[in-house]
Design a protein around this ligand. Structure first.
Ligand code: 13P
Length: 653
């Protein structure tokens, strides 16, 4: 059925995309899970896998021997590679790299299995470690299907949707890597965490040997333990009541002799408790090899011989220990993890080997799934936090649109009366022709105020002074009071400019007086704050700015604050061409708003316009004004040319 609102080609395209997404997702899950499972199974039983890989190599005349370090590391790398590629694909991480690796890996594997199919070199491919045996034909089919799926995925790579954020994908990768490496190393050090072999703990050997059914593995039914004289003792050993302990030595000459004292202790316990203790070596072992082991270990126990494949299957350790009780396997140990011999007996209660797959698998999967889920959940929560932050930002931008946007010019000590009037006139004409999107103010020297007030349209351009006196009136030669400024027609006054603080010694106390007088006379105050370079370099900018606010404005009421505009002007950026970055400006403006919110409450702070000043130009104004806490600019040099000033005003458009 067609989806509503879409017709013709648009619908076909959308539907096609949806179907592609499903197809890619399906292939992705199949390929990824196959890889994860095969990597996992290799990691669970690397010793068994080692033998399979060595069988390949031997068939090509490249056999390394199962004890070689190269082979051990090779199996670890193979398990890690498969597992990690599967996880990356499943979670949609490092898409391009993963897909490229996958194509290469699967192409090689398919070529290899095609060769095996036609040459019949080895019995089992070992794709799924020792857990699952496929015929050459099944393996080839599996690999061809996987290769086709991987090509399909690579062709439509963008449909592989990421399930963990790019920022935290390393954490998911690290969790997976630690898991698969730990699994392999632990299996090498002790025994496989899951026993896929026919001799798993709990197996009733007596039953399998005497009354096998169709499902009984051949390795059990054909078990043959012969003594040194060639007598088959299997029957009597499995039929005997009580315990029998087998010390398996798949390669006696390579057997680790680091734990021989513990082994001998166990043999002694066996002798004291009258149960059997035998070394089991491969049939082809020569007497010299057995004597060598006895010399090295100091052990004195009878030796049995068995098929090497059966010894390998019993326990993945050289030497290893298997405890049989009443014909049942009830314990297995690697030489690195032998049972305690403090007590008189040892038995099933001390067993550390894993059980059969259905017992061990759920626990093992949990060890991976739970940490991974924690990582994914954390990722989701942090993404949620990011959304929340965006929401707050949007709210800020909304309130910002409610705040007054202002571009104010500070002419400083520039322009003669005639030049100033001409500049104001030109600006007035330009803005009359193209209405600004913000409040525009020009702050001029005192001499310009009255004439400029007479020529500008007060609806479009506000007028302000650059200073006023800290006294009401009287014998203060050269000073101009707030009342006098107001009488010119001006509505604003700049106070606290860094140049006045620096060159005319205006302290926070003096400025406090000026602010009060300006407000009493109905002027709006553009109050400047900002740190010098050394203060920023020593990281004191916040303290400095906060102290300036506290010193001059903190005695005002919330109502008076509605006539205050703040201008953050980092002194190192004034007239230097060195602008603060938009981020630096935003950081400081947000800090200032926070300080004002703490003192006067959120409403006053949200309604307060905070301007940025310092080398503001048409080229950078837009980026700076776009920040949520920047409400405009206080412009010096660029306010002296109409084109530049207009360029900055237009940043609001
Ligand atoms: P400039 O824009 O020339 O850097 O001056 C800024 C200023 O001091 C405005 O008051």
């Amino acid at each position: 059925m067609r989806s509503s609102g879409l017709s013709g080609w648009a619908w076909v395209k959308t539907d096609l995309r949806r179907r592609r997404l499903w197809a890619v997702s399906l292939c992705r899950v199949v390929v990824a899970l196959t890889l994860v499972v095969s990597g996992f199974l290799k990691a669970v039983d690397p010793v068994g896998m080692r033998a399979k890989v060595d069988a390949y190599l031997t068939a090509w005349g490249l056999g390394l021997g199962v004890d070689s370090l190269l082979l051990r590391s090779g199996v670890l790398v193979l398990a890690v590679l498969e597992f990690m590629m599967g996880v990356q694909l499943l979670l949609g991480m490092r898409r391009r790299l993963t897909i490229t690796l996958l194509v290469a890996f699967q192409t090689v594997m398919t070529a290899l299995t095609t060769y095996l199919f036609f040459t019949d070199t080895v019995e089992d491919c070992g794709c799924f470690g020792t857990a699952l045996t496929l015929t050459d034909g099944q393996t080839l089919l599996k690999n061809v299907v996987l290769l086709a799926m991987i090509f399909f995925i690579s062709r439509h790579g963008r449909y592989v949707i990421r399930l963990v954020s790019e920022r935290r994908q390393w954490l998911a990768s690290l969790t997976s890597l630690c898991y698969v490496v730990a699994l392999t190393l632990m299996a090498y050090h002790t025994l496989p965490a899951i026993d896929f072999g026919p001799y798993a703990v709990g197996t009733d050997l007596r039953q399998a040997y005497t009354a096998p059914d169709a499902d009984t593995p051949a390795l059990l039914t054909t078990l043959c333990l012969e003594d040194e004289n060639g007598n088959d003792l299997t029957d009597s050993l499995l039929a005997s009541k009580g315990k029998t302990c087998l010390l398996t030595l798949p390669r006696p000459q390579k057997a680790d002799d680091g734990s021989v004292d513990r082994i001998n202790d166990i043999a002694d316990i066996a002798a004291d408790s009258a149960f059997g203790f035998y070394a089991v070596v491969p049939q082809q072992t020569v007497d010299a090899e057995v004597s060598d082991w006895k010399d090295r270990s100091g052990g004195n126990y009878p030796t049995l011989k068995a098929d090497p494949a059966q010894i390998d299957a019993m326990v993945r350790s050289n030497p290893g220990l298997v405890l049989i009780e009443d014909g049942k396997v009830c314990g297995k140990w690697s030489f690195n993890n032998l049972p305690a011999t403090g007590g008189e007996h040892f038995g099933a209660s001390q067993n550390t080997a894993a059980g059969r797959p259905h017992e061990a698998l759920p626990k093992l999967v949990m060890w991976y799934i739970i940490p991974l889920l924690v990582v994914l959940l954390l990722d989701r929560l942090l993404i949620g936090k990011k959304f929340y932050q965006h929401y707050i930002l949007r709210q800020h931008l909304k309130t910002k649109t409610m705040r007054k946007k202002i571009v104010a010019g500070n002419w400083k000590m520039n322009k003669t009366l005639q030049e100033g009037v001409a500049l104001a006139e030109e600006l007035n004409n330009v803005l009359a022709a193209d209405k600004p999107n913000c409040d525009v103010v020009i702050c001029t020297p005192f001499i310009h105020l009255a004439p400029v007030a007479g020529i500008i349209n007060a609806e479009v351009i506000g007028l302000g002074a650059e200073n006023c006196a800290d006294k009401v009136s009287g014998a203060y030669t050269g000073e101009v009071s707030a009342a006098m400024v107001k009488s010119t027609g001006a509505q604003y006054v700049i106070l606290g400019h860094s140049e006045r603080r620096a060159y005319y010694g205006e302290t926070a106390e003096i400025l406090k007086e000026k602010v009060n007088l300006a407000l009493e006379n109905g002027l709006k105050v553009i109050f400047c704050i900002g740190e010098v370079l050394e203060e920023r370099e020593s990281g004191k900018q916040n303290d400095v700015v906060k102290a300036q606010l506290e010193g001059s404005l903190f005695d005002l009421s919330a109502e008076q604050m509605s006539n205050i505009i703040l201008a953050y002007e980092p002194v190192w950026a004034i007239g230097t061409g060195k602008t603060a970055t938009a981020e630096q400006a935003e950081e400081m403006h947000a800090f200032i708003r926070g300080v004002m919110a703490d003192k006067f409450g959120a409403e006053v702070a949200e309604n307060l316009s905070i301007l940025y000043g310092g080398s503001c130009k048409p080229s950078n104004a837009k980026e700076i004004f776009a920040k949520p806490n920047v409400d405009g600019g206080l412009i010096g040099g660029a306010a002296l040319k109409v084109a530049d000033f207009k360029g900055i005003i237009d940043a609001w458009k």
